[in-house]
Design a protein. Sequence first.
Length: 141
Amino acid sequence: MQPYAKASGQYLAQRVLGASPQQLMALLLEGGQRFLAQAAQAIGRRDIAAKAQFANKALAVVEELTLRLNHEEGGELVGNLVRIHDWWTREILAASAAKDPARLDRVGRQMGELRQAWEQAELKRTGAQDGPALQVRDLVG
């Protein structure tokens, strides 16, 4: 393993281990965005194996996002997030089959918007920022 890759992996492990539930959701979404971008790039290169690999990683992220939601206490907002995650799954599968990078990019942009909401929720939770934010106190378990 290259020194940079080893250091990068250790840094990521520390970020994950020290993350709050809100930060973990943002980190997952960040990874999902990265995998979708890599899948779209693979489509452009006509690298079908890489496209499938990165699309599958993005699908695993979406599944993990859904599993991390607090379904007992999250109420209507969790239900809405589950529906979004279901749509993302269908869209990633369809875009991958059709080799349509624009559809993957659209899901990636939506993940970015939701990631910003989780980041704002973390800032509000820690008192780092005043103002409105997504109310996620009971959304993740």
